[in-house]
Design a protein around this ligand. Structure first.
Ligand code: C2E
Ligand code: MG
Ligand code: MG
Ligand code: MG
Length: 279
């Protein structure tokens, strides 16, 4: 073992690495084409108000329909899109799709309907946020039609550009959610500095939630803290009735997960809403 470890120290670029590198540049080339050929689409996952069962929020989740590789998950291509900055173009496309859809759902389900979109840190570092509020105005949509999901890491080392863009969102009335809350950094001081509307409890705290679990204590603490700071809480990855009941008992505002629905096409989302409303 020691010998092979020793060898790998000088065998710097292996054939396997060569193959991986070629695969990677192929995917990046494909990604550039995908942007031009519009191979992306959005799925929407319902976010359920736990007290009432009402659905007036959905999270937009991107998918890539690759011509030969089939459906590619965002976990596999978002990092590459970030690295190549293609995410800026893709991100603007996501926003445009989301506002078209939210306009339709506000007409059907009321003006308080919101669509949340995930915004990558790269978009905050480079893009000009200005035209987002102009687009909302052109569509006759209120700013709070859109919630932008960001991660803790963005706020922890927020420079002037990032802070400026967050203020810009805020001025446009767009709401902000912290995604995967509790997994990023141990610092909570950013919660004082920035005006945040929602905390999304990461699914890793929900997965093993039970009557006497430490995760239950953590969820309760997050919910109490959030409420006292004027934020609402969305639990991610709710898969079982028991998790849902415990979260409800703890005062959690919203739940999102397979218990309610998987991410759905817009058409399937409409069917989901129709089934919900009918007795
Ligand atoms: P996220 O924003 O935290 O999204 C939640 C992920 O959990 C989604 O995975 C969703 O399908 C999955 N999920 C929902 N309910 C359950 C459940 O009950 N159990 C389990 N095990 N999983 C559940 P997805 O769609 O594969 O997205 C993965 C990540 O990729 C997202 O995590 C987000 O960080 C990123 N992503 C997705 N769409 C976009 C996008 O449009 N733009 C950007 N920048 N990132 C995106
Ligand atoms: Mg998200
Ligand atoms: Mg999440
Ligand atoms: Mg607020």
């Amino acid at each position: 073992v020691a010998k092979s470890e020793g060898r790998s120290r000088w065998r710097y670029f292996t054939p396997a690495m060569q193959v991986a590198a070629e695969k990677r540049s192929q995917i990046i080339a494909d990604l550039r084409l995908a942007v031009m050929k519009q191979q992306f689409f959005l799925l929407y996952q319902p976010i359920v108000e736990l007290e009432t069962g009402k659905v007036h929020k959905a999270e937009a989740l991107i998918r890539w329909q690759h011509p030969d590789k089939g459906m590619i998950s965002p976990a596999d291509f978002i990092p590459l899109a970030e690295e190549t900055q293609l995410i800026i173009e893709v991100g603007n496309w996501i926003f445009q799709q989301a506002i078209q859809q939210v306009a339709i759902w506000q007409a059907a389900h009321g003006k308080d309907f919101q669509v949340s979109i995930n915004k990558s840190p790269v978009q905050f570092y480079h893009a000009v946020a200005g035209d987002w509020s102009a687009s909302l105005q052109q569509m006759g949509l209120a700013g709070h039609s859109i919630v932008v999901e960001i991660t803790e890491g963005l706020l922890l080392d927020a420079n002037a550009t990032v802070s400026g863009q967050l203020l810009h969102l805020r001025d446009a009335g767009i709401q902000v959610a912290i995604d995967d809350f509790g997994t990023g950094y141990s610092s909570l001081s950013y919660l004082k500095k920035f005006d945040i509307d929602y905390l999304k409890i990461d699914q890793s705290f929900v997965r093993n939630l039970s009557e006497d679990s430490s995760d239950r204590v953590l969820c309760e603490a997050i919910i109490t803290m959030a409420h006292r700071l004027g934020m609402k809480v969305i639990a991610e990855g709710v898969e079982t009735r028991q998790q849902c009941d415990l979260l409800k008992q703890a005062g959690c505002d919203y739940g999102q997960g397979y218990l309610f629905a998987r991410p759905l096409t817009a058409e399937a989302f409409d069917e989901f809403m129709a089934r919900k409303i009918s007795p």
